[in-house]
Design a binder for this molecule. Structure first.
Ligand code: ADP
Length: 319
């Protein structure tokens, strides 16, 4: 059977996002609930494009968990979501700062998504995966850290391309040093790693050009550096190219990085690339442009609408 599905594993939670009255940040008129968690957003992006996306995670036996599964299923994600009765579904309360950035207050007591155990992740959920994708938030605490890494090792042994988005969320880690050490330690598992220039600076203390080479030396075969409106830079042993972004009138960049990753993985899976073929496949004339101009368009369209999952484009929109 062709390996074609993309499996994402990790955090799954609801963001409560304030609705503000005009520009007055103090004047909150209500909260919108939004399904979130970076790996869940990536799975939703793949499914919305028409790809076969699976999500593995854990929820509480509560209406918030039901809402999350329903939201993912509605966009076409197949969910292997393990119920739990000892913990509640993860929640985050978002506040908007005057500079437009967001602060998050998490209910993590611990929340159900952080309690996923390795023995709950069935190998059959990974067997025919073309791609296994994970991020760093589920590496913050046990038992989901071991679950994430154990599943990555199993998927890798079964032939999947492993995609890693360090997605540094410093506020969630006990310290910056702990985040840096753990995130760097998992690089050898990854075939593809996506970072921003700020993340390279934080992780390695060097510029993007030097940092991309250092990342390649630690295991990944492809380093993708996202550049916001400027698009992205693709670095392998055989190429270092900037793929320009798609000009749009951005209104909300929430979820742009995740939808970009979803677009990239959708394309890589349709090309049928494997860990051994990816570097040569991307060096084919036009291949990097095909994959990453597409991913840039997916990211760009997501910024033109509010929210993460509700803002994701369909394949027809991207084309
Ligand atoms: P992150 O920092 O989460 O990786 P970015 O903000 O760099 O995410 O966005 C990811 C991708 O989304 C970019 O590489 C680009 O393709 C697209 N994108 C983001 N912001 C814009 C924008 N303002 N205009 C056009 N494309 C954008």
């Amino acid at each position: 059977m062709d390996k074609r599905y993309i499996v994402c594993l990790g955090e799954l939670l609801i963001d409560f996002v304030p609705e503000v009255n005009g520009q007055a940040l103090a004047d909150v008129t209500g909260f919108q609930r939004a399904a979130g968690g970076a790996p869940a957003n990536v799975a939703a992006a793949v499914a919305k494009l028409g790809g076969d996306a699976r999500f593995i995670g854990k929820i509480g036996r509560d209406p918030f968990g039901d809402f999350l599964v329903r939201t993912l299923n509605e966009v076409g994600v197949h969910t292997a979501v393990v119920q739990t009765d000892e913990a509640k579904t993860g929640l985050a309360f978002v506040s908007l700062r005057a500079d437009g950035e967001r602060d998050f207050l998490f209910f993590r007591d611990p929340a159900a998504d952080m309690l996923l155990r390795a023995d709950e992740v069935q190998t059959q959920w990974l067997e025919d995966a073309a791609v296994y994708h994970f991020g760093s938030v589920s590496l913050i605490a046990e038992p989901c850290r071991t679950a994430t890494l154990d599943a990555a090792r199993r998927a890798k042994a079964l032939g999947a391309l492993v995609s890693y988005d360090p997605n540094v969320r410093l506020a969630l880690w006990p310290s910056a040093d702990a985040a840096r050490a753990e995130i760097l330690a998992q690089l050898p598992l990854a075939d593809v790693v996506k970072v921003s220039e700020e993340e390279i600076e934080f992780l390695l203390g060097v510029d993007a050009t030097t940092g991309a080479q250092q990342l390649l030396q630690q295991g990944p075969k492809v380093v993708i550096i996202t550049l916001g409106a400027e698009g992205c830079r693709v670095v392998t042993a055989r190429q270092d190219v900037v793929i320009p972004g798609t000009p749009v009138a951005a209104v909300d960049t929430t979820g742009a990085g995740d939808s970009f990753v979803g677009g990239m993985l959708f394309q890589l899976a349709s090309l049928g690339v494997t860990p051994t073929s990816i570097v040569a496949a991307l060096a084919e004339p036009g291949a990097a442009e095909r994959v990453f101009a597409f991913a840039n368009r997916v990211g760009a369209i997501t910024t033109t609408r509010r929210g993460a999952i509700p803002a994701l484009p369909t394949l027809a929109e991207v084309q």
